[in-house]
Design a binder for this molecule. Structure first.
Ligand SMILES: NC(=O)c1ccc[n+]([C@@H]2O[C@H](COP(=O)([O-])OP(=O)(O)OC[C@H]3O[C@@H](n4cnc5c(N)ncnc54)[C@H](OP(=O)(O)O)[C@@H]3O)[C@@H](O)[C@H]2O)c1
Length: 224
C-alpha cells in the first residue's frame, strides 16, 4: 500500500484528500499545527503528525515523526490566503507571511523529506497551487501576496522537477479548482470531496514524463 503525506490535513482540501485516500486503504500521514484537535482526520484513520511549515524546528520534527518510513507521494497542501486588498491597501507583513507559508513552506518540507521520497515507490511531490498564480491568466487586481506566492510556488515546482529528475523524484503543481472551504468560501463550484476525488485520480495517472507540469485537478495543462 502506498504512503501519502499531506500537509494541512485537519480541514478543507487536505482533510478531503486524506479521507479519500484512507477510505481506499492507502496509508495516510497527515499534518496539522494542532494534531490533537484534528478529530475528523483521526476518525478517518489518518495518522496525524505535528507541523507548522514556517517553523524550522517543526519541519525538522516532522522528519523525526516520519522516521524511516518511505513516502510515495508528498502533497504540499497547507496554505494561506490572508489579504485580498488592492495595491494601496496591501499589508506587507501579510504579503511576507503568505510567501513564507505558501512558498518557503513547501520547499522546506520537501527537502527534509527527500530521503523518505527516495525510499518510496512513486516518488512524487504534488504542490497544491492555484490559477491565481498564473501570470498568463491574470485578469483582476488585488490579492498580491497570494498571487505572487502561487506564481513563485510554480517556479519552485519547475526548479525542483529539473533538479530532482536525476534522483527519480517527480514534482507537479496542481490547481484544485474553486473549492468550498474556509479559504474558498461559500458559493465555490466544487465540494472538497469532489476536488479530492479528481486530484487523486489525476495523481494515480501521473508518470515520470509529467514532472514539471502545472495542471488542473483533472490533469489538464494550465498556463504558467
Ligand atoms: N479553496 C480553494 O478554492 C482553493 C483554490 C485554489 C488553491 N487552493 C489551495 O489549496 C490548499 C488548501 O486550501 P483550503 O481551501 O483547504 O484552505 P483552508 O481550508 O484554509 O485550510 C488551510 C490548511 O492549511 C493549514 N496551514 C495554514 N498555515 C499553516 C502553517 N503555517 N503550517 C501548517 N499548516 C498551515 C491550515 O491549518 P490550520 O487549521 O492550523 O490553520 C489548514 O489545514 C491551499 O494551498 C490553497 O492555496 C484552494
Amino acid at each position: 500500500m502506498p504512503t501519502y503525506l499531506i500537509t494541512g490535513a485537519n480541514r478543507g482540501i487536505g482533510l478531503a484528500l486524506a479521507r479519500h485516500l484512507a477510505e481506499r486503504q492507502d496509508i495516510v500521514l497527515g499534518t496539522a499545527r494542532d494534531p490533537g484537535a484534528a478529530t475528523e482526520a483521526f476518525e478517518a484513520g489518518v495518522e496525524m503528525l505535528e507541523l507548522d511549515v514556517v517553523d524550522a524546528g517543526s519541519v525538522d520534527g516532522l522528519a523525526a515523526q516520519v522516521g524511516d518510513r518511505p513516502i510515495d507521494v508528498l502533497i504540499n497542501n497547507a496554505g494561506v490566503y490572508n489579504d485580498k486588498a488592492g495595491l494601496e491597501e496591501t499589508d506587507l507583513e501579510r504579503f511576507a507571511e503568505c510567501l513564507r507559508v505558501n512558498v518557503a513552506g513547501p520547499l522546506a518540507v520537501t527537502r527534509v523529506l527527500l530521503p523518505r521520497l527516495e525510499a518510496g515507490g512513486k516518488k512524487l511531490v504534488v504542490n497544491v497551487s492555484s490559477v491565481m498564480g498564473s501570470i498568463a491568466g491574470t485578469r483582476n487586481g488585488g490579492s498580491y501576496g497570494y498571487r505572487a506566492s502561487k506564481a513563485a510556488l510554480n517556479m519552485v515546482t519547475k526548479t525542483m522537477a529539473v533538479e530532482l529528475a536525476p534522483r527519480g523524484i517527480g514534482v507537479v503543481s496542481v490547481h484544485p479548482g474553486w473549492v468550498e472551504t474556509d479559504m474558498g468560501g461559500a458559493g465555490a463550484s466544487l465540494q472538497p470531496a469532489e476536488s479530492a476525488g479528481h486530484i487523486v485520480s489525476t495523481i494515480d495517472g501521473l508518470g515520470a514524463t509529467d514532472s514539471g507540469r502545472f495542471m488542473g485537478y483533472a490533469g489538464d495543462d494550465l498556463a504558467w
